[in-house]
Write a protein that binds this ligand. Sequence first.
Ligand code: C5P
Length: 245
Amino acid sequence: MKNANQSPSDRLIIAADVRTRDEATLLTEELMPLCRQFKVGCALICSAGFNVAIEMTKMGASVLIDLKLHDIPNTVYEASFALSKYGIWALTVHACGGLEMIKACILGTRNGAMETSYKPPLVFAVTLLTSISEQQLNDELQVKTSVSEYVVTMAKLAKLAGADGVVASGREINDVREACGNDLLILVPGVRPSWAAADDQRRYITPAEAIKRGANYIIVGRPILRAENRRDALMRVLDEIASAI
Ligand code: C5P
């Protein structure tokens, strides 16, 4: 497996779902000694500006830009080209944009990084948003297949395009691993330790279960962000990951 010998803290990505630059930098300062990976999504970027991601990167964090790029190939190329000049660690793109678009995204990261001293960011393709039910997939999107088949199809497409990994729910880890082998990284959101509230996550999985099933990375937000003692909550998540490695 691509990252089989990574430590527990290398397997966790903290969702930096806060609203302001100050909150984001405080969070980074507070938690980075224990975990370096942070996910910066469209909500934080829209409220605090993209500079917050650059600042976190400069503080030493490994930043995953979760903008879920999805547009015509040339536009996605330009976006990933631009993002790759900031020294970010990873980014996300929608697999359903198609083979050519995913390839354009990857090429953009390589060409963008080449103009700097940074490595190209990892490209994670989103297979299907976990908020989409099978009924929505079939009736609204008119995709007449099961969620798991669709997720596997998207994962295979991402692999064919050369993506480093995919984002999938805990339920689909086994299917994706079986269909795509051990070289494709699997990043899993919707993770809840047994001691935490489910919040609005419906199809969640515990950190230990996700790692045991073969997730390379798990994303955890509110159980850590909203804990009375965030470092303590983070350490408990890391312990749970360690128990499953
Ligand atoms: O707070 P919580 O742990 O639920 O945060 C999960 C993070 O992962 C959020 O930033 C959310 O937007 C993101 N995410 C998700 N489910 C997906 C894709 C991303 O929860 N399918």
